[in-house]
Ligand binder design. Structure first.
Ligand SMILES: Cc1cc2nc3c(=O)[nH]c(=O)nc-3n(C[C@H](O)[C@H](O)[C@H](O)COP(=O)(O)O)c2cc1C
Length: 211
């Protein structure tokens, strides 16, 4: 069979080698809620995550309050904001629940803030299966239990956090039928090389789509 693919001639498509400081190539933002020592809830914006079946894997840097909290209390809520919430997410960006603020974060302009719901104008809502609170404004809220935290031997700064989904809450207007999310109603906030984006109109769907 003759391959339908042609090798590109080197002159047609030109790539250059770059050394980007970050590789945030466009992933959804998650507002991760975790439990503080005193029972209050911390919020950490993250964008490093992927879902596999009923598990979601998170990438979290050391020195964050969220990671400290997950090590002590292995429960969380993955609150997934919609595109329109980018200003609230950005209000959280320079904040950390860590006190004192680690030196390297101070140098990056971070300041300590314990009351993150108030700082970002967000509303706390009790979760049903875990102790940290949900964020009412987020159309998707995923309650999860931490199953494993791994610090790679090749880089001690990062933690790979494996979570198991316990319960999913979806705002009524993004639900199609009983158990599907309507991709035309759900517009996640995308972190794209440190800029915020929503999704553009649909291009098509996979053959396995049920909606
Ligand atoms: C949009 C956005 C995405 C981020 N993604 C991540 C991430 O994937 N992993 C991470 O460790 N930190 C990420 N950060 C940085 C954390 O939010 C930051 O370390 C913050 O201090 C965490 O709060 P905490 O110290 O109270 O946990 C991101 C920040 C923003 C604004």
């Amino acid at each position: 069979m003759i391959s339908q693919y042609r090798e590109a001639e080197p002159t047609m498509i030109h790539h250059v080698t770059i050394q980007p400081k970050i590789l945030y190539y466009g992933t959804p933002v998650i507002l991760l809620t975790t439990l503080n020592e005193d029972g209050s809830t911390n919020i950490s914006p993250i964008s490093s995550s992927w879902a596999l079946g009923r598990y979601v894997v998170l990438g979290i840097g050391g020195g964050s309050k969220g990671l400290d909290n997950l090590k002590r209390h292995p429960e969380c809520v993955l609150n997934i904001p919609e595109a329109a919430m980018w200003r609230q997410v950005e209000a959280l960006a320079p904040l950390t629940g860590r006190d004192p603020v680690p030196d390297y974060k101070q140098a990056l302009g971070f300041r300590h803030e314990k009351r993150k719901f108030a700082a970002a104008g967000l509303t706390a809502q009790p979760a049903e299966t875990v102790a940290p609170e949900r964020i009412a404004e987020c159309p998707l809220q995923v309650e999860a239990a931490v199953r494993h935290i791994r610090t790679p031997e090749y880089d001690g700064y990062f933690a790979i956090v494996e979570t198991e989904v316990l319960r999913v809450h979806a705002r009524e207007d993004i639900v199609l039928g009983r158990h599907h999310v309507n991709p035309n109603a759900w517009n996640p906030l995308i972190y794209n090389f440190r800029h915020y984006f929503g999704l553009s109109p649909e291009l098509g769907k996979t053959y396995r789509s049920e909606t």
